[in-house]
Ligand binder design. Sequence first.
Ligand code: PLP
Length: 222
Amino acid sequence: MNIAENIHTILNSLEGTSAKLIAVTKTKPIELLQEAYDANCKIFGENKVQEMVSKWEVLPKDIQWHLIGHLQTNKVKYMAEFVSMIHSVDSLKLLQEIDKQAAKHARVIDCLLQIYIAKEETKFGLSQEEAIALLESESFKAMKNIRIVGLMGMATNTDDLTQIRLEFRGLKTFFDSLKSTFTNTENVALSEISMGMSGDYLIAAEEGSTLVRVGSAIFGHR
Ligand SMILES: *Cc1c(COP(=O)(O)O)cnc(C)c1O
């Protein structure tokens, strides 16, 4: 497993697309993160707050940390000081807590609304209707320390590549319609679509992803 080589292969395959690479470092030890960093990959995705915090404490401070996994309200305070982007916002209540904790650090935290696109019952996320209702709510409009910068979605865990492609395409279509409905305000600036993992990042990039979240294709199987 050559981490630098894997990163370069992925970056080459993404050339000409709009997708930026997030190295998903969950469960991986510091030394491997350092290897990725040395290969000039400085955007890391973690799915557990505690793990992200302990890695943030010891690694170089120019790394951008993205929280990509399901987030509990009571964990937000531990990362509000430094997190670059939260991909997994799936309720107004969670967003209110992020807003409150970001304010304590005089920050604005970029967030993505996680949209339910898979055919499975197990995935977290908002429906399209719920996302629109959130963006239209008065409590959302009053928030000053978060900014919704786009959407995140996870495709069905299937070998059916056509199915996966159609789910990504559906997310892009929804993103485009939101972008034409919601003009940019203080806390809405839609530019990011986080979709695609090791098995499907090329499809995602073809379908308009701007952030691919790749773990095992860089670091090997967990
Ligand atoms: C683990 C994880 C990934 C990366 O998965 P790989 O298949 O290892 O690339 C991407 N997104 C989320 C939300 C994850 O939890």
